[in-house]
Ligand binder design. Structure first.
Ligand SMILES: Nc1nc2c(c(=O)[nH]1)N[C@H]1C(S)=C(S)[C@@H](COP(=O)(O)O)O[C@H]1N2
Ligand SMILES: [Mo]
Length: 490
């Protein structure tokens, strides 16, 4: 176990010097994420929520420790099983680093360092292993020395990898949009009756991505290349963005992974520059229908050019959220936001490359894994109060929730209890058609078990379907139903 730890720490330290993403432990973890079949990924998101990455890393550590113990036990007579394990794990690291889209061949020196240190540490410790009791002390001292060295290397690697002072870069930025978002009206939510607050605080904004370690890019170092089917290729810096007109828009972001009633939806004031204006300057060529974007960690995304270029698309290259520069987890320094499309086809975080291409020519990350290539947000609603199996007093009761029909607008929400007639809910004041809208309704409940359901109708006259569909391939459908109980003295 100590040899395996020394190997990982050595690789982590060397990676910090060449490319932090070449750390064998992180590279294997990231490759595992990319190779995980989506039912398993869905299970992980459902079970562990936003701790899924921590659970993966802890699971890997447990498996590695187990393998270390096993190889150690098998090495009583000869050092070969332990050395073979160290070599195999090293080769796994080499393969994972080579397979990463963000590492160059040169970065394999990190997993090679792991391989060498793992094999050498094991060989040396094995040669010190006591044949009789008096030798034990020396063995324990050697083991402790290697363990301490591993600790120093791991911590050193972590500190070195974080030496690019991204927080300082972020703190140094002040955003002053020329056009600010309108004030949120007082009746925009029914938070006192159980809906979320209209605006989501940055620290409460849902987070979904495939990044095991958040990419750390300084604004000063950031560049975006806009190329492919364009007349004028462009390279933009962060200062270029600050020199352009900055606008602020209130926009709701939704993840396609939501089950009916799911939690991955939040609303923010995004500050940024107009993406259609930029693309017009670049001059999109006839025939290009997909904007392929890539993040610093190699994730890719494909967005319909038509959705971005449509009048009033409100598509942004966003640099701020709720008055601050983007938080690191939400894409600092620059991300994309296109209202009306699920995040996986529109909201690239840590954006570094934008290529005008076609849907025929390129499949982005999730399309390669069976998800839809075009994914407009589906008209939907959710019950937030009562909670499942809640016990509430009989008589007057206010049920409440949210609805969204992004970029179209919510026209009405209806609610029914125990399969009875649909009754119209009261809607909150509309902020704009790119955001969620809250609903509330007064119910009169008899004692006993009840089911409450809601459904939204959008401004195109479409009423959300009751047909159940899974999130794969382009968003769940169905009606959210909550079972609860009315009892005296709940
Ligand atoms: N670089 C990168 N950007 C990404 C993703 C990702 O995995 N990597 N996930 C997308 C998905 S699926 C969603 S729903 C949104 C979520 O953005 P948030 O984490 O800021 O809420 O980011 C999108 N942008
Ligand atoms: Mo998502």
């Amino acid at each position: 176990m100590v040899s395996v730890a020394a190997a990982l720490a050595a690789g982590h330290l060397v990676a910090a010097l060449v490319n932090p993403l070449a750390s064998p432990f992180l590279a294997v973890g990231n490759t595992a994420i990319d190779l995980t079949p989506h039912p398993v990924k869905d299970f992980a998101i459902r079970t562990f929520g936003e701790n899924d990455k921590l659970v993966l890393l802890a699971g890997m550590a447990v498996v590695l420790a187990g393998l270390g113990v096993l190889a150690g036990l098998l090495s009583r007579r000869s050092p070969w099983p332990g050395m073979a394990l160290a070599a195999l794990l090293g080769l796994l690291g080499v393969a994972a680093v080579l397979a990463r889209p963000t590492t160059t061949a040169w970065a394999v020196i990190a997993p090679l360092a792991s391989l060498l240190v793992g094999v050498a540490a094991f060989r040396w410790l094995w040669s010190q292993a006591p044949v009789e009791v008096p030798g034990r002390r020396r063995f324990l001292v050697s083991t402790a020395a290697i363990a301490a060295g591993a600790g120093v290397a791991a911590v050193g690697g972590q500190l070195l990898a974080g030496r690019v002072d991204v927080e300082a870069s972020r703190r140094g930025i002040r955003l002053q949009p020329q056009e600010t978002a309108p004030e949120i009206p007082v009746n925009a939510d029914f938070a006192r009756e159980g809906t979320p607050t209209f605006m989501t605080r940055n620290e409460n904004f849902y987070r979904i991505d495939t990044a095991l370690s958040v990419p750390r890019l300084r604004a000063e170092d950031w560049r975006l290349r806009i190329h492919g089917m364009v007349d004028n290729e462009m390279v933009l810096t962060y200062d270029d963005l600050l020199r352009r007109p900055l606008v602020e828009k209130t926009i709701t972001l939704v993840c396609v992974s939501n089950e009916v009633g799911g939690p991955y939806i939040s609303t923010s004031n995004f500050i940024g520059v107009s993406l259609p204006d930029l693309l017009r300057e670049a001059g999109v060529r006839e025939g290009s229908d997909q904007l392929a974007t890539r993040s610093a960690d190699g994730w890719t995304c494909g967005t319909p050019v038509a959705s971005i270029m449509a009048p009033d698309s409100n598509a942004l290259l966003a640099i701020g959220m709720n008055g601050e520069p983007l938080p690191l987890e939400h894409g600092f320094p620059v991300r994309m936001v296109v209202p009306g499309l699920y995040g996986y086809v529109s909201a690239t975080k840590w954006l570094v490359d934008a290529e005008l291409t076609t849907f025929d020519a390129f499949d982005p990350y999730w399309a390669q894994r069976g998800w839809g290539k075009k994914a407009p947000v589906k008209t939907m609603s959710r019950v937030d109060r009562p909670k499942p199996f809640e016990r509430v007093p009989p008589g007057k009761f206010v049920a409440a929730g949210i609805a969204w029909a992004q970029h179209t607008g919510v026209d009405r929400v209806e609610v029914r209890v125990d399969g009875g007639p649909w009754q119209q809910a009261t809607l909150s004041t509309e902020v704009n058609i790119d955001t969620w809208r809250m609903w509330r309704v007064e119910l009169d409940l008899n004692e006993g078990n009840h089911t409450v359901e809601c459904r939204a109708t959008d401004r195109k006259g479409y009423t959300q379907t009751a047909d159940r569909a899974a999130p794969v391939p382009d968003g769940a459908t169905g009606i959210h139903a909550i079972v609860f109980t009315a009892v005296k003295n709940p």
